[in-house]
Design a protein around this ligand. Structure first.
Ligand SMILES: [Fe+2]
Ligand SMILES: [Fe+2]
Length: 139
C-alpha cells in the first residue's frame, strides 16, 4: 500500500501558485514519511519542524491575502481555521522541543501535518476553489 500523499486534480483550487504550494507541502510530508520508513527520521525532524512552521506561515498568509483580494466572502472564517492550525502547531512544536524521542515525534508530526493538510485542502480550500470557478476569477 502506498501511504504517500498524492496531489490529484480534484484538489486543485484553480490557482497555479497555491496549487504549487500545496504540492510542495505534500512533497515535504512524503520526504518525512520516507525518512521514518528508512529509519533516519531523527536526523531530519528538526529541519522539518522548522520548514513546516515557516512554509505554512507563508502559505497561509499568501492564501488569506489572495482570498481578501478576490473578495471571497468567507475570508475571515477561513483565516480562523488557519489561526487554529498555527496554535495547534505551536503546541506540537513545544512537545517536540521537550521530547527526547525524535523518532516518535517525527511520526506524530507526519500524522498531524498529513491529516490537517488533506482535510483542510479537501474541505476548506475547496470552498474557495468553488468560488473561484463560479466567478471565473482569473489567475
Ligand atoms: Fe491551503
Ligand atoms: Fe486554507
Amino acid at each position: 500500500m502506498d501511504v504517500r500523499f498524492t496531489w490529484t486534480e480534484d484538489l486543485s483550487v484553480h490557482n497555479d501558485v497555491i496549487d504549487a504550494q500545496h504540492q510542495e507541502l505534500f512533497a515535504k510530508i512524503n520526504e518525512l514519511l520516507d525518512a521514518i520508513i528508512n529509519d533516519h527520521a531523527s536526523d531530519v525532524v528538526e529541519d522539518m519542524v522548522h520548514f513546516f512552521k515557516q512554509y505554512m506561515e507563508e502559505h497561509l498568509r499568501y492564501e488569506e491575502n489572495f482570498l481578501a483580494e478576490i473578495g471571497y466572502p468567507e475570508t475571515a472564517e477561513h483565516a480562523e481555521k488557519h489561526a487554529a492550525f498555527v496554535d495547534e502547531y505551536k503546541d506540537l512544536k513545544a512537545q517536540l522541543d521537550a521530547c527526547d524521542d525524535k523518532e516518535k515525534m517525527a511520526i506524530e508530526m507526519e500524522s498531524f501535518m498529513g491529516k490537517w493538510l488533506m482535510d483542510h485542502i479537501h474541505k476548506e480550500d475547496q470552498k474557495y476553489a468553488y468560488f473561484i470557478k463560479e466567478n471565473n476569477i482569473p489567475q
